[in-house]
Design a protein around this ligand. Structure first.
Ligand SMILES: C=C(C[SeH])C(=O)N1CCC[C@H]1C(=O)O
Ligand SMILES: [Zn+2]
Length: 597
C-alpha cells in the first residue's frame, strides 16, 4: 500500500542524501585544491573525481526514478524526490561530460592567469586582474591609460575564450535537453521556480530604468566636465573605460570627482582603513563580529583555519572571491585575494553572508542546502553591508568622523550608494540577456560581440572605448561568463536586498516611515537581535520551501519588487531630476558612433 511505499521512499531518499553529502564533500576538496593551485595535474585530478561522481549520480538517478514520489503525502519528501529526479550535467555521456568540464576549466584558468603589460612601463608585463589591473583602473584618471588596460584585458581574457565558449554552449545545451529543457536559458530560469520569472526580470527593469537614466545623465555630465567634450559626448553613451571598473558594473571609483556636493567631506573609508593599519584578517573579524551582534552564527574553527584570504605569492589561484560549503557541517571556507579598500570590505561581507547562510541551513538535508533561490544567496552579505556602509555605522567603528547628517551629506551618501547599486542593475540584466540569446540560438557565434554591445548600449548606455569586431569576445572578459556562473542571481539580489534591508530596519526600530529621525538611509541594524532572529528564521529554511514562503517570513511580501530600492533612493531620484533639469541635461542616449557590428 501507499503508506508502506512512502515509508520505503523516505528510507531511500535520506540514505541517498547522506551519500550525496559525502560525494559533494569529496568533489569540493578536489575543486578547492585546483582553484587554489592551478596546475594541469590538479585540473586532471579534479575532473577525474567529477567524472566518478557523475557516474554515481547517474546510477542513483536510475533508482530514484523507480519511486512513485509524486503520489507521496509528505510535502518535504516529494520536494526532496523532485530535486533528486533532476540529474543535471551528469546526464551527459562520460566523454561529453569530460569535454564540457575541460572547456570550462580552460576558460576559467585562462581568466585566472591572464597577464597584460603596464601602460607606462611596456616592459612590465606581469599585471594580473587582482590586484594590479583592478587598482590601476580604480585610480587612473588618464583616458589613454584606461583605454590601454581595457583593450589589453579584453584581448587576453575575452577573445582567447571565444573558441572554448562556442563549444561549451553546444555541449551545455545538449545537457539541458537531456534534462527536458529546450536550452540552458530555460534551465537557468527554472531555478527561480515561478512561471513568469523572465517577465518579472523585465518588469523590474521598467521600474528602475527612470532612476538609472537620471543617474546616467548626471554622471555623464560630470565626466564631460572633467575629460572634455571630445572624450565624453553630451548626448551619447558613456565610454565604458572611464567608470572606474573594468566592466563598468559599479561606478563608485568616480565618486571622488563627481559627487553632488564636493565641498562636503568625502566618505572614503579606504584611506581610513590604511591609516588605521587594517589587515585582511581584521576585515573578516569585523564582519564576523557584526553577524554575531545580530545573534547569528560565529564562524567555526575550520573557517579560520582553512580559508585563504590573501593572494599567495608562490602559485596561481582563482582570485575571484568565493565561499565554499563542504557539506559536513564543520568545513566552510572563503577564498579571496583581499586588498585593503572599501570595495573589498563590502566583498568580505558579501562572502561572509554566503558562509552565514551555509551555517544556518547546515541542519537540513543536503538537497535543501542552497539559497531559497540563487538571488537569496547573493543578497545575505550585501544586506548586512547596507548597514555597515551607513555613516552611522562607519562612525561607530571609527572609519569616519562625525559629519552632521545634513541634506547635502545625505545626498552625497545616497549618490555613493547609487553608484554601486543602481548602476549595477542594467549591467547584471544585460549579462544574462546576452547569454539567454546565445543559449536559445538567436545570438550566433558570428554575432556574439555585436549582440553583446547592442545590449550594453541599449540598457546600460555605455560604449566600448575602441571599435570592436568578431575577433573579439568581450563577454568572456567578465569572470562569470568564463567560469559558467549564472548572473541573474545578482540582478535579483540587488533588488531583494533592499526589501530585506527595509524589513530588518523596521524590526530593529531603525526605520519608521515618515519619521525624519528614523530614515532608511541612516539605518544600521548592528546589535539588533530582533532583526537577526527574523533574518535567521528565513535563512534557516534553505530551499526547503519555494522562495516566496521564505521571503514572506522576513518581509511579509511574497514577490520580488523594486519598491524597497526605490524607497531607499527616493531623495536621490528627486535631487537628480531637479539637477538634470537645472543643467538642461539630455536624459538617455543617442546611438553610439563606435563600430562594433
Ligand atoms: C563577490 C562575488 C562572488 Se559570489 C561576485 O562575483 N559578485 C558580487 C557582486 C557582483 C558579482 C561580481 O563581482 O560581478
Ligand atoms: Zn556571492
Amino acid at each position: 500500500d501507499l503508506e508502506a511505499l512512502e515509508l520505503e521512499g523516505r528510507e531511500y531518499i535520506f540514505q541517498l542524501d547522506k551519500a550525496t553529502g559525502q560525494r559533494k564533500n569529496k568533489v569540493g576538496i578536489y575543486e578547492w585544491d585546483y582553484y587554489s593551485n592551478i596546475t594541469k595535474e590538479n585540473e586532471e585530478k579534479w575532473i577525474q573525481v567529477r567524472i566518478e561522481q557523475s557516474q554515481q549520480e547517474k546510477r542513483a538517478w536510475e533508482e530514484t526514478k523507480m519511486y512513485r514520489w509524486q503520489d507521496f503525502q509528505d510535502f518535504t519528501l516529494r520536494r526532496m524526490f523532485k530535486k533528486y529526479s533532476q540529474l543535471g550535467v551528469s546526464a551527459l555521456p562520460d566523454e561529453k561530460y569530460k569535454q564540457l568540464m575541460q572547456l570550462v576549466a580552460g576558460m576559467e584558468s585562462n581568466y585566472a592567469t591572464a597577464k597584460i603589460c603596464d601602460y607606462k612601463d611596456r616592459t612590465k608585463c606581469n599585471l594580473s586582474l587582482e590586484p594590479e589591473i583592478t587598482e590601476l583602473f580604480a585610480k587612473s584618471q588618464d583616458p589613454e591609460e584606461l583605454k590601454h588596460l581595457w583593450v589589453e584585458w579584453h584581448k587576453e581574457a575575452g577573445a582567447k575564450a571565444r573558441h572554448n565558449f562556442t563549444e561549451y554552449v553546444r555541449l551545455y545545451n545538449e545537457a539541458a535537453k537531456l534534462n527536458d529543457y529546450k536550452n540552458v536559458a530555460d534551465w537557468w530560469l527554472s531555478e527561480y521556480e515561478v512561471e513568469n520569472f523572465e517577465q518579472q526580470l523585465a518588469k523590474i527593469w521598467e521600474d528602475v530604468k527612470p532612476l538609472y537614466q537620471q543617474l546616467h545623465a548626471y554622471v555623464r555630465k560630470r565626466l564631460r566636465d572633467k575629460y572634455g567634450d571630445h572624450v565624453v559626448s553630451a548626448r551619447g553613451p558613456i565610454p565604458a573605460h572611464l567608470l572606474g571598473n573594468m566592466w563598468a558594473q559599479t561606478w563608485s571609483n568616480v565618486e571622488s570627482f563627481t559627487r553632488p556636493y564636493p565641498d562636503k567631506k568625502e566618505i572614503d573609508i579606504t584611506q581610513a582603513m590604511k591609516d588605521q593599519n587594517y589587515t585582511t584578517l581584521k576585515m573578516f573579524q569585523m564582519s564576523d563580529e557584526f553577524f554575531r551582534s545580530l545573534n547569528l552564527t560565529a564562524m567555526p574553527p575550520k573557517f579560520w583555519k582553512n580559508s585563504i584570504i590573501e593572494k599567495p605569492t608562490d602559485r596561481e589561484i582563482v582570485c575571484h572571491a568565493s565561499a565554499w560549503d563542504f557539506y559536513d557541517g564543520e568545513d566552510f571556507r572563503i577564498k579571496m585575494c583581499t586588498s585593503i579598500n572599501r570595495e573589498n570590505f563590502k566583498t568580505v561581507h558579501h562572502e561572509m553572508g554566503h558562509i552565514q547562510y551555509y551555517l544556518l541551513y547546515s541542519h537540513l538535508p543536503v538537497v535543501f542546502r542552497e539559497g531559497a533561490n540563487p538571488g537569496f544567496h547573493e543578497a545575505v552579505g550585501d544586506t548586512i553591508a547596507l548597514s555597515v556602509s551607513s555613516p552611522k555605522h562607519l562612525r561607530r567603528v571609527g572609519l569616519t568622523t562625525g559629519d552632521a547628517e545634513d541634506e547635502q551629506t545625505e545626498i552625497n551618501q545616497l549618490y555613493k550608494m547609487g553608484l554601486d547599486k543602481i548602476v549595477f542593475l542594467p549591467f547584471a540584466y544585460t549579462l544574462d540577456l546576452f547569454r539567454y540569446g546565445v543559449f536559445r540560438g538567436s545570438t550566433t557565434p558570428e554575432d556574439y560581440n555585436c549582440q553583446y554591445w547592442k545590449l550594453r548600449e541599449s540598457l546600460q548606455g555605455v560604449e566600448p572605448p575602441v571599435n570592436r569586431t568578431e575577433e573579439d569576445f568581450d563577454a568572456a572578459a567578465k569572470y562569470h561568463v568564463s567560469a559558467n556562473v549564472e548572473y541573474a542571481r545578482y540582478y535579483v539580489s540587488f533588488i531583494i536586498q533592499f526589501q530585506f534591508h527595509r524589513a530588518l530596519c523596521q524590526l530593529a526600530g531603525e526605520y519608521v516611515p515618515e519619521d525624519l529621525n528614523k530614515k532608511l538611509v541612516d539605518c544600521d541594524i548592528y546589535q539588533s537581535v530582533a532583526a537577526g532572529n527574523t533574518f535567521a528564521n528565513m535563512l534557516k529554511m534553505g530551499s526547503s520551501k519555494p522562495w516566496p514562503d521564505a521571503m514572506e517570513v522576513l518581509t511579509g511580501q511574497r514577490s520580488m519588487k523594486a519598491d524597497g530600492l526605490l524607497e531607499y533612493f527616493r531623495p536621490l531620484y528627486e535631487w537628480l531630476q531637479a539637477e538634470n533639469q537645472r543643467t538642461g541635461e539630455y536624459i538617455g542616449w543617442e546611438p553610439s558612433k563606435m563600430q562594433y557590428c
